[in-house]
Ligand binder design. Structure first.
Ligand code: ADP
Ligand code: ADP
Length: 212
C-alpha cells in the first residue's frame, strides 16, 4: 500500500503515521525527520535546509524532491506512508510522475482535518523523544514516567513565531494541493479531533473502502 498523510502542521500526521506503519507493515517516510537528520549530520542538504526550517519556511522543492526520490528508490516504491510530503503542487507533480514511471500509484491520501485553534495548542506543548523519535504532548499524550526530561526535545520551530510562519506557508503553498489530490488520487477526509485511538479508528475505517 502507498499512502500520503496530509494536513496542517500539528494535525497529528506523525503520530498517526507511526501507528499506521506499525499496524500495516509500512515504512514511515517523514521528510521533516529526514531533513532534521540531515541538519544534525551537517550534510550539504542539512546546510541548505537549516535556515528555512528554523524560520518555519518550506525547504526548496528540488532539495526535498531529491531526498524523497532517493528514499523511494531504496525501498522499492512500495509499502510506505509519506508524512509531510508532498507540501507543494510542484512536489506533488514530481511524486505522481516518479511513481507513475514505476507503475506504483498512490492508493490514497488521508487528510486529517484539525481546526486552527487546536493547532497552536498541539504544537506548543509537543515534545519528541530524542532517542526513540516518539511524539508526545504534555497534556494529551504525556510521556511515560521513565522518559527523563533531558530526553524530551521541544522543537525550535514549535515556538510561536515559527508556528505562525508555518501556518502561513501551509495556507499559501500546501492547502492548494487538496484540489490537485482530489483530481488525481483517492482523497479520504478524516476528522482529526478526538483521542489518538479515535482518530486511528476513523483512519482505519476510511481505508476499508474498495480498492485499498
Ligand atoms: P510539521 O509538524 O509542520 O508537520 P515537519 O516535521 O513535517 O513538521 O516539518 C518540519 C519542517 O521541515 C517544515 O517546517 C519545513 O521547513 C521542512 N519540511 C518538511 N517537509 C517538507 C516538504 N515536503 N517541503 C518543504 N519543506 C519541508
Ligand atoms: P504533525 O506531524 O501533523 O505535525 P504530530 O503527530 O507531531 O503532528 O502531533 C502534534 C502534537 O499533537 C503532538 O504533541 C501530538 O502528541 C499531539 N497530538 C497528536 N494527535 C493528537 C490528538 N488526536 N489529540 C490531541 N493531541 C494530539
Amino acid at each position: 500500500m502507498r499512502l500520503i498523510l496530509f494536513g496542517p502542521p500539528g494535525a497529528g500526521k506523525g503520530t498517526q503515521a507511526k501507528l499506521l506503519a506499525k499496524h500495516h507493515g509500512l515504512r514511515h517516510l517523514s521528510t521533516g525527520d529526514m531533513l532534521r537528520a540531515a541538519v544534525r549530520n551537517e550534510s550539504p542538504v542539512g546546510k541548505e535546509a537549516k535556515g528555512h526550517m528554523d524560520a518555519g519556511e518550506l525547504v526548496p522543492d528540488d532539495v526535498v524532491n531529491r531526498i524523497v526520490a532517493e528514499t523511494l528508490a531504496e525501498i522499492g516504491y512500495d509499502d510506505f506512508i509519506l508524512d509531510g510530503y508532498p507540501r507543494t503542487v510542484d512536489q506533488a507533480e514530481f511524486l505522481v510522475e516518479a511513481l507513475s514511471d514505476q507503475d506504483a500509484p498512490i492508493n490514497a491520501v488521508v487528510s486529517l482535518r484539525v481546526p486552527e485553534e487546536h493547532i497552536v495548542q498541539r504544537l506548543s506543548r509537543r515534545r519528541t523523544d530524542r532517542e526513540t523519535g516518539a511524539i508526545y504532548h504534555l497534556d494529551f499524550n504525556p510521556p511515560p514516567a521513565d522518559v527523563t526530561a533531558e530526553r524530551l526535545l521541544h522543537r525550535s520551530d514549535d515556538e510561536p513565531e515559527a508556528i505562525r510562519t508555518r501556518l502561513e506557508e501551509y495556507h499559501a503553498k500546501t492547502q492548494p494541493l487538496e484540489a490537485f489530490f482530489r483530481a488525481h488520487v483517492r482523497f479520504l477526509d478524516v476528522d482529526g479531533l478526538g483521542s489518538l485511538d479515535e482518530v486511528q479508528a476513523r483512519i482505519d475505517e476510511a481505508l476499508r473502502g474498495p480498492g485499498l
